[in-house]
Design a protein around this ligand. Structure first.
Ligand code: GTP
Ligand code: MG
Ligand code: ZN
Length: 352
């Protein structure tokens, strides 16, 4: 019998005490509209939202894949009552012009950032993923897929070293089987939750199927990495692998916008910058045009890659823009709330 622990339950998650009703605990494994598939310890079950969640919760508070929830299972489908406090949240800026945070999944131990070794490999896109993951407190593992397409791995490993991050880098191919045993037997741990992220066509679902040992997920019949727009996977789903680890497959992403809020920790999200930043003359150095900036000096000396430095400036600018827009948005929402409350009062007065 599969237990909650097999699905990643541990001492961090505490059921919210509720003496009135008998509540069951489950983990969200997939979402179709307002129907949620849960793993419960008694197997899989369907549930919908309780009225309180349906009408009172913000989009971020609604259950996401990976969430632990309490629910009432007297009826089928059951009713989800509460989302338990999350260990972390994987988010990005919602695609398009709007400044909104979109929550992709919850309670993730590691993100498998997949780039394929055709023309998909892009160091700066990789850095963007790694920065946002660090901001979400999720550890990354870099997966370079379709390793059968190249002869020599060393240039890729060399490029990634420029980011000066300590996360594992793993080459694999589902075609030749290279790297799969190591993934199964050493990298992916039992009862830990992993999420596959990356562009469409890099082979995320093919990799999931290889690890499952079955054709669980539909995969694109042709290699699509270079023809943008084919999105084979359309939902996020959590699977228990035969080796005991938990893996979420996701639709390919075109955009992975940053959403972190500045709280003085910017440099810590960029280890390549942080290495030198302590030596800057000014403690609040932005590393742009200040005198005696150790970061820029490191670029001149060739100890910090120029592209990595420039991507740092670009990502920080993007983050600032997000934060300013998010502030404006909050102010506007508050104002809109006030106006609609006043209008309501007005209407009530006339009614009464
Ligand atoms: N050469 C090669 N092709 C691969 C490998 N793995 C996957 N592919 C091909 O890449 C294509 C896309 O694979 P998918 O698994 O559907 O890609 P995905 O990342 O899940 O794409 P989305 O669901 O759209 O996000 C398929 O045609 C696979 O056959 C590999 O190791 N080597
Ligand atoms: Mg897929
Ligand atoms: Zn500096």
């Amino acid at each position: 019998m599969t237990s909650l622990a097999d699905y990643g339950w541990d001492h961090f998650f505490q059921p919210i005490q509720n003496t009135k009703q008998e509540l069951t605990i489950g983990r969200i494994i997939s979402i179709q509209g307002f129907t949620y598939a849960l793993f419960t310890g008694q197997g899989e079950q369907e549930a919908t939202l309780s009225g309180r969640l349906l009408h009172g919760a913000s989009p971020e508070e609604l259950p996401k894949v990976g969430d632990w929830v309490t629910f009432i299972d007297h009826d089928s489908p059951g009713y989800i009552i509460d989302v338990l406090p999350r260990r972390n949240e994987l988010s990005r800026k919602a695609p398009g012009a709007k400044t909104e945070k979109q929550l992709l999944a919850a309670n993730i131990d590691y993100a498998l950032v997949v780039q394929s070794l055709d023309r998909n490999f892009n160091l700066m896109r990789l850095e963007r993923y790694l920065v946002q993951l660090a901001a979400c407190s999720i550890q990354p593992v870099i997966i370079l897929s379709k390793a059968d397409l190249i002869q020599d791995h060393t240039p890729y490993a060399y490029e990634i070293r420029k980011l000066q991050r300590s996360c594992p880098v793993h080459f694999c191919s589902t075609l030749t089987g290279v790297g799969l045993d190591e993934l199964r037997d050493t990298l992916l741990q039992k009862q830990k939750t992993y999420i596959l992220i990356g562009s469409s066509g890099v082979g995320k679902s093919t990799l999931l199927n290889a690890l499952m040992g079955s054709s669980t997920q539909e995969v694109s019949p042709v290699s699509t990495a270079n023809s943008k727009g084919r999105h084979t996977t359309t939902t996020r789903d959590l699977f228990l692998l035969p080796n005991g680890s938990l893996l979420i497959d996701t639709p390919g992403m075109r955009e992975f916008g940053l959403t972190w809020e500045e709280n003085g920790n910017t440099d810590s999200l960029f280890p390549a910058i942080a290495r030198f930043a302590n030596e800057c003359r000014f403690r609040d150095c932005q590393h742009i045009h200040e005198k005696e900036c150790a970061v820029r000096e490191a670029v001149h000396r060739g100890e910090l890659d120029k592209k990595v430095y420039e991507s740092y400036l670009k990502l920080v600018r993007e983050q600032r823009r997000f934060e300013i827009n998010a502030d404006d948005q909050r102010r506007m929402n508050k104002q809109a709330g006030r106006i609609s409350r006043e209008a309501q009062r007005h209407r009530n007065r006339y009614k009464g």
